[in-house]
Design a protein around this ligand. Structure first.
Ligand SMILES: C[S@@+](CC[C@H](N)C(=O)[O-])C[C@H]1O[C@@H](n2cnc3c(N)ncnc32)[C@H](O)[C@@H]1O
Length: 289
């Protein structure tokens, strides 16, 4: 099932590759949940879904709690009168100003489908500032939201930095990490890059955390671009690499294949993955016996 939100870096396109590498476990932890593409297309008994985007986690909690009633409320914003530049900027302002968390959650869905490229971007004061997207008839993802709501009954959603969510892992858990990508061109000692406040230091910290959890017998699968840098910091992991068709330049004209890496950190001597996280209906992940 496709996620109901458009989300930069979402992993829907490569979900089968990820499913093949995910070991079975009693709970899947995602410190970088984003749109939840992996959560939606795996079958673990329970999930801990975290992200440091507070608007995202706020939305997931309303959807989890209120389901169809909340979906109907979100739908009220998807009317032709709200699909023009002037109204978009009014509603964006309302989103930024309101203290009503339920309204903010519904407006986040509206903005995601009406803004430019579904881009979730904030200015330095933390205000959502993506411009109007000019879509003829924005799609309301009712079916996708219903699916998410049902599945969310076995999930816990927390707004946390990845270091905090990884510290919550226990033996029996499996962790899937999908951080903001390193740049495709980066070398082993890159220093200057920082997207969403996620630079080389954070990437290294994350790899170190993954090593620590693996040493405690908790497997961690990490996604990223396949670069000299990721090959270096993921040196202790078992690596799978493949090409993914995607738009590389920001205007979408320059399409090509980007090399993607999946790095599995696990205790020495632990067996190979048994397709634990395969898409539902194919090879379900069962609790470790
Ligand atoms: C590549 S996206 C994850 C995409 C997700 N796997 C999907 O399929 O939609 C990376 C996510 O990491 C979150 N993020 C960035 N820095 C973070 C941090 N320090 N701690 C936790 N989450 C963070 C972003 O909000 C974003 O949702």
């Amino acid at each position: 099932m496709k996620p109901f939100l458009k989300w930069a870096g979402n992993k829907y396109q490569i979900i089968n590759r990820i499913g093949e590498q995910l070991p079975p476990g009693k709970r899947l932890i995602e410190p970088f949940a984003g749109s939840g593409a992996v959560f939606l297309n795996t079958d673990y008994p329970s999930y801990l879904l975290c992200d440091n985007n507070q608007d995202l986690i706020n939305l997931y909690r309303y959807l989890q709690k209120d389901g169809p009633r909340f979906i109907e409320y979100c739908k009220t914003y998807f009317v032709p009168e709200n699909n023009n530049r002037e109204r978009y900027y009014e509603l964006r302002q309302e989103f930024n100003m309101t203290e009503n968390r339920r309204k903010k959650a519904a407006l986040f869905v509206y903005l995601n489908r009406h803004c430019y490229n579904g881009l979730c971007r904030y200015n330095s004061s933390g205000w959502f500032n993506t411009p109007f997207g000019r879509y003829r008839k924005p799609y309301f993802p009712e079916r996708e939201m219903l699916f998410f709501w049902k599945k969310a009954q076995r999930a816990v959603f927390l707004c946390l930095d990845f270091r905090e969510s990884m510290a919550m892992a226990e033996p029996g858990d499996v962790v899937y990490c999908d951080p903001p990508y390193v740049p495709l061109s980066c070398t082993a000692n890159f220093t200057s890059y920082s997207s969403e406040g996620f630079g080389p230091d954070e990437q290294r910290d994350l790899a170190r955390e993954a090593e620590r959890l693996a040493a405690r017998g908790i497997p961690v699968l990490l996604s990223n671009h396949d670069t000299e840098f990721t090959r270096t910091v993921y040196a202790s992991a078992q690596i799978v690499s493949f090409g993914v068709q995607r738009s590389i330049s920001c205007d979408g004209r320059n399409r090509g294949k980007a090399a993607e890496i999946l790095a599995l950190f696990k205790a020495a001597g632990a067996g190979l993955p048994q397709a634990g996280g395969c898409p539902e209906g194919e090879s379900p992940a069962k609790a470790i016996s």
